[in-house]
Design a protein around this ligand. Structure first.
Ligand code: CA
Length: 444
């Protein structure tokens, strides 16, 4: 921990000092933006309060502040974070320190120089933080895996590999979209347990999955692996991920190779990437395995990972129906859980992913899998919350939901708070469900 986490530190950007602000001076997440309504080149920005700091512009206006950041600044004019991610943890850590010092309330010189490099968030358009070459989705919550397994395979809920292997599958990178991009209900093959044949049409059980994603920073060469002890040096930062899922399509197609069209139509990301450095005060022990569970295999085990491999992020899912929106009702929380419930840490996911020589590249995204905890109100998707539709939710509007309806807005939010530290937030990942499109070849 260092000065950047000092809870008493405030900024001359006054909105950053509001107690519930997601982006105080202790956070400083990175994203890609341009001014709304312009055709200017998108570039790297940092969120501070309700403003975006244009990094290249700030460094030009206050060169003495940024004198130690030449390498990082050379890539901050780019329209994705990939090149900044590729530099690894140290230049990023130094850049975050510089930005914190420059935005510090006591730095009146930098304030005078840099205030024109701030743009209100309301006036910017955000873009995906990185060009995501590869996307992997894990299944790291044992509560989620057990709940889902018991619905799909009542006699065989948790498969015997679960406590040894961080289970994952290779997801689709091309359909990853930024928060606020509408999501069209997918069409697919649906077959219920009592149907003789599958039919083709819009999914009748569209769901969300509340997850945390980690962007890979420095990569590893093909044929090399990443030791668990070094895994965090290969992580740039975290974001929120909604892995939209068509459960009826999934149930029919998933055997024997896992999810495919049930999940490849859209995945929504939050725009700001929270660095591991900002998350330092909120590190937590890895999941404590109950007696009788096997210990992680040696390549997935270090004392450091056990002691502090977790991150205490509170995650909340909010839902707003079209009727609620018409009445001016805000999205309502339907579940809340903690990222500390994950059976595997992010470092274990990274180390496992690369163990066979798979090269992770800057900007690759690894998502955690649905974050569910032990409690009923801690279930990170509707499949679990409504027990496959058997126990629909009743919303304050009087409406019920087994799965998502057209017009529903799903909003994921995340934040970290701990005694003695300033609360930091992730912003949100939102999307509205649009009606299904037509199918080439027709439905049946
Ligand atoms: Ca998932």
């Amino acid at each position: 921990m260092d000065d950047t986490h000092e809870p008493g530190r405030s900024s001359w950007v006054r909105s950053a000092n509001e107690p519930d602000c997601d982006f105080p001076i202790q956070n400083l997440p990175f994203g890609i933006f341009r001014r709304r309504g312009t055709v200017e080149k998108a570039r790297v920005g940092v969120a501070i309060g309700t403003m975006v700091l244009d990094l290249v512009d700030a460094a030009e206006r206050a060169p003495t502040e940024f004198v130690g950041n030449r390498e990082a600044l050379e890539v901050c004019g780019e329209a994705s974070l990939n090149a900044l991610m590729a530099l690894g943890r140290r230049p990023l850590r130094v850049l975050r320190e510089t930005i914190g010092n420059a935005l510090d309330l006591r730095n009146t010189v930098a304030q005078a120089q840099m205030k024109a490099a701030l743009i209100p968030m309301a006036d910017v358009e955000m873009f995906l933080p990185a060009q995501i070459g590869d996307y992997t989705d894990f299944y790291a919550s044992i509560y989620h895996a057990t709940n889902v397994g018991s619905m799909f395979r009542p006699d065989n809920a948790l498969l015997p590999n679960y406590k040894y292997v961080p289970i994952g599958y290779h997801g689709r990178a091309s359909s990853m979209v930024l928060s606020d991009t509408p999501v069209q209900r997918p069409v697919g093959q649906r077959k219920g347990p009592n149907d003789a044949e599958p039919s083709v049409g819009p999914s009748r059980s569209l769901d969300y999955e509340c997850e945390v994603g980690v962007f890979v920073g420095a990569g590893n060469a093909l044929g090399s692996s990443i030791a668990l002890a070094d895994a965090e040096e290969h992580m740039f930062g975290l974001c929120l991920v909604n892995d939209w899922s068509a459960r009826d399509v999934q149930a029919w197609e998933y055997q024997p190779l896992g999810p495919f069209l049930a999940k490849n139509f859209a995945t929504t990301l939050s725009p700001w990437v929270i660095t591991l450095d900002a998350l330092e005060p909120f590190r937590a022990p890895a999941f404590v395995r109950p007696e009788g569970d096997p210990a992680p295999l040696p390549y997935l085990s270090t004392p450091e990972n056990e002691a502090a491999g977790g991150v205490a992020i509170t995650l909340e899912v909010r839902l707003q129906t079209a009727t609620m929106r018409e009445r001016g009702a805000a999205p309502v929380a339907v579940s809340q859980t903690s990222f500390t419930h994950m059976y595997w840490t992010l470092a274990q996911l990274v180390a496992h992913h690369a163990m066979g020589g798979c090269n992770l590249r800057p900007g690759d995204l690894l998502a955690s899998g649905t974050v569910s905890g032990p409690g009923k109100s801690e279930r990170g998707c509707l499949l679990e919350l409504t027990w496959r539709g058997a126990e629909p939710l009743t919303l304050p509007s009087g409406e019920t939901r087994a799965f998502l309806e057209d017009g529903d807005l799903v909003e994921l939010a995340g934040w970290c708070s701990a005694a003695g530290f300033r609360r930091i937030g992730f912003g949100s990942a939102r999307g509205i469900v649009l009606p299904a499109g037509s199918v080439a070849g027709g439905t049946a």
